[in-house]
Design a protein around this ligand. Structure first.
Ligand SMILES: *[C@@H]1O[C@H](CO)[C@@H](O)[C@H](O)[C@H]1NC(C)=O
Ligand SMILES: *[C@@H]1O[C@H](CO)[C@@H](O)[C@H](O)[C@H]1NC(C)=O
Ligand SMILES: *[C@@H]1O[C@H](CO)[C@@H](O)[C@H](O)[C@H]1NC(C)=O
Ligand SMILES: *[C@@H]1O[C@H](CO)[C@@H](O)[C@H](O)[C@H]1NC(C)=O
Ligand SMILES: *[C@@H]1O[C@H](CO)[C@@H](O)[C@H](O)[C@H]1NC(C)=O
Ligand SMILES: *[C@@H]1O[C@H](CO)[C@@H](O)[C@H](O)[C@H]1NC(C)=O
Ligand SMILES: *[C@@H]1O[C@H](CO)[C@@H](O)[C@H](O)[C@H]1NC(C)=O
Length: 660
């Protein structure tokens, strides 16, 4: 009787420790693990740490990248032997020692375990369920997931290798995903993968994952990409729980682990400056950010100790558009290509020679990591040692104190597009910060708002030349038009945002386009004019404006010059285009006109010709225009019909025939 009661209590004890699907939280553990070469020792340490985590009621534990061994390989036959015998602990003779040991520990402690190993596939022999493009030995960088019974339930191969020349990236971009008995589905990937749309953005957005697992051996880089900084920023921006386990090798700048919960920041994190192995455990709310009760938060190392953590620097900073920040209150803007940064900063006086200089930075470009070009955009304030940009980024000693009392960065940049193939967005924006102690600011200390100000911009265009029709034919056109673009560059024009939303297009209260063009000539053989002009428009319904919205008229002079006018007669919302669009059939089949340079500012008056003083809009206007034209240019020239430039000013058009 007594015996039974004890057993009952034991079982009850176990079931109390585990989180269930009904619980609104679970317990996660991550391991910061000091890199050492003896894999037998490492495996022993792993077993012990798994036990420690289980003692603290962890439901799941995550180990870093390649910290059992970076050289020895493990066969993970998830489509072969493991199908029949999913628990290596029960068939030790069939499997690698690593799988057997971790399986036993997971099973013994009833805990989910995620490890990362170098995986070997021997494609010189038939490897069941493996794809073998070549007959050779394949090495992958692989996460292996064990459930509480010790069964291998998932395998993920790193897609974005960081150098790692002996290894092969995943042969297909398969995502790592598994579901647990406590009702949480995890996505998982490895280290450098974090920088890429596939898998880092896709795994979250395609499957609505709220919890991400991240074994890593991260080489921290100032000012954006130190380990805890980017882990926390990712969790924040993607609004996920994030379990990051980092390999610790401070000599090469590898360190940093943490458990983060969406916009609540770090539940626990470390960024050690000394060789460290440490188990971090925290209760994690199933809804990211909805934390309750106490949690450890960032565990800070003395900044002096952190000096021994080697940090690399972002090599692209010198290509940025930057400005040195002066003490006091400043507001200004910096622009690089498609990125517009507005800064508002209030910084106090320098009060010591060792205080940092701060520089504001705008950047739109490409960084290269491990030979992979990675597109990055940013608006940043960085600390520097001197006024020289080459002295950025500088980690200043604590005594060089300089207060920043207000800091606000506003960034206008590329809008995110949804990639329907990948089922995720193609850009991620992170709020990043890095303090003297190599931790980011707590989310409590800043606000970060993203607004999709999806607004069409508009360009005025003039064209006389030959265009292609989908590469199958060419045709002459003469056009004066106003058209919508999704961005500031010409290649964003003539398209809609990938997802419609209202109030993204401008309201034109007034819009008048006047086109002076050669008068259409008849082709008597064909009984048809050699050119035709159309009034064209398009609104959000992908239909033209109803005729009651516009007036289209023309006059011609001496059978030589025709003036077409297209005018809105009432205010039109949601316009995508408004154009006098002419076909010139005589130049059909000629070569396509080449592209040209475009100004990228909204109204760059240096590259557009200012309009002359305009007359009152009366009926004598055409005559004034004609007078203007004939005074400066020969009608012969007009007959040749080279219309060079249309100038858009406010809501009307001015046309100029260029001089020879
Ligand atoms: C791959 O398989 C072949 C044939 O069984 C064997 O000779 C070779 O040693 C294996 N290679 C490795 C690295 O396991
Ligand atoms: C993800 O969530 C969105 C919106 O909540 C929903 O429309 C979509 O079907 C979900 N996708 C999956 C794979 O669950
Ligand atoms: C979606 O992503 C794939 C893979 O990166 C890419 O090839 C494709 O061009 C993208 N599609 C769009 C519309 O951007
Ligand atoms: C962050 O905010 C807390 C109050 O929420 C404050 O005590 C702390 O000093 C702030 N830390 C920094 C670095 O500003
Ligand atoms: C041909 O163009 C003239 C103007 O040059 C115009 O009056 C005439 O209506 C046009 N003919 C046709 C068939 O469009
Ligand atoms: C259209 O233009 C003609 C000629 O300029 C003008 O008489 C007429 O009033 C205009 N219609 C509207 C609705 O503005
Ligand atoms: C009309 O086009 C035809 C074919 O290009 C050309 O031969 C003819 O000269 C043109 N007519 C006029 C009046 O320009």
């Amino acid at each position: 009787m007594k015996f039974r009661a004890i057993i009952f209590l034991c079982i009850l004890g176990f079931s109390l420790q585990r989180s269930t699907p009904e619980d609104n939280s679970y317990v996660a553990a991550v391991v910061e693990y000091q890199v050492q070469s003896n894999s037998a020792t490492n495996l022993q340490n792993y077993m012990k740490i798994i036990g420690d985590a289980a003692e603290q009621n962890a439901d799941i534990i995550v180990f870093p990248e390649l910290t059992i061994s970076s050289r020895d390989s493990v066969v993970v036959p998830i489509n072969g032997l493991l199908k029949e015998h999913p628990i290596p602990a029960l068939q030790p003779q069939l499997f690698d020692e690593v799988l057997v040991s971790i399986s036993s520990a997971a099973r013994h402690h009833q805990i989910y375990v995620v490890i990362n190993v170098q995986e070997l596939v021997n494609c010189t022999v038939e490897a069941t369920g493996e794809s073998c493009p070549e007959e050779k030995i394949y090495l992958f960088n692989t996460n292996v997931v064990f459930d509480r019974a010790g069964a291998v339930i998932d395998r993920y191969r790193k897609i974005n290798l960081f150098g790692e020349h002996t290894r092969t990236p995943a042969l297909t971009p398969d995502l790592g995903i598994f579901t647990t008995d406590f009702g949480v589905t995890f996505g998982h990937y490895i280290c450098f993968d974090l920088m890429f749309q596939v898998p880092a953005v896709q795994v979250v957005q395609k499957y609505n994952i709220t919890d991400v697992i991240f074994p890593t051996m991260w080489f921290s880089e100032m000012p954006y990409l130190t380990a805890v900084q980017i882990q926390e920023a990712y969790a924040y921006a993607m609004n996920v729980n994030f379990l990051g386990a980092g390999a610790n090798n401070v000599r090469v700048g590898s360190a940093g682990s943490g458990i983060y919960s969406g916009k609540a920041g770090a539940l626990v994190s470390i960024m050690p400056g000394t060789p460290t192995t440490k188990l971090l455990v925290s209760r994690v709310p199933k809804v990211p950010g909805q934390v309750e009760g106490d949690y450890p938060g960032p565990i800070n190392d003395d900044p002096l100790v952190l000096d021994s953590l080697v940090l690399i620097s972002d090599p692209s900073l010198p290509s940025y558009v930057t400005r040195l920040i002066k003490p006091g209150l400043e507001e200004f803007a910096l622009i690089d290509k498609d990125v517009f940064c507005r800064f508002k900063i209030h910084m106090s006086e320098r009060n010591s020679d060792t205080a940092p200089y701060y520089r504001a930075v705008a950047h739109d470009g490409v960084n290269v990591y491990a030979k992979r070009p990675v597109g990055t955009v940013g608006c940043t304030i960085v600390a520097c040692k001197t006024e020289d940009i080459k002295s950025c980024v500088y980690r200043f000693p604590n005594n060089g104190k300089r207060e920043i009392t207000a800091l606000e960065i506003q960034m206008t940049s590329y809008s995110k597009h949804y990639n329907r193939t990948l089922k995720c967005e193609d850009i991620a924006y992170y709020p990043l910060s890095l303090r003297n102690n190599k931790f980011p600011l707590s989310p409590k200390n800043f606000t970060f708002n993203e607004q999709t100000v999806q607004k069409y911009t508009y360009r005025a265009g003039a064209f006389s030349g030959v265009r292609s029709y989908s590469g199958v034919a060419t045709g002459g056109t003469r056009v004066c038009s106003v058209f919508a673009c999704t961005g500031n560059t010409i290649n964003t024009c003539g398209q809609r945002f990938s997802r419609f939303s209202s109030n993204t297009a401008a309201v034109f209260e007034e819009l008048k386009i006047t086109a002076a063009v050669p008068t259409p000539k008849p082709n008597t053989d064909l009984s048809a004019n050699n050119s035709t002009y159309f009034p064209l428009s398009l609104d959000k319904t992908i239909k033209p404006l109803k005729p009651e919205y516009f007036n289209f008229s023309s006059v011609s002079f001496f059978d030589t010059l025709s003036i077409y006018t297209l005018e809105l007669v009432k205010s039109a919302p949601d316009l995508y285009s408004f154009a006098i669009w002419g076909r010139e059939y005589t130049t059909d089949d000629e070569e396509v006109s080449p592209p040209r340079e475009h100004d990228e500012g909204a109204d760059d008056s240096t590259t557009t010709t200012p309009a002359p003083e305009d007359d009152a809009p009366d009926s004598s206007r055409y005559w004034i225009h004609l007078h203007y034209i004939s005074k400066h240019h020969s009608l012969q020239f007009i007959r040749d019909g080279y219309l060079r430039e249309c100038r858009h000013l406010l809501s009307w058009y001015y046309l100029r025939i260029s001089s020879n």
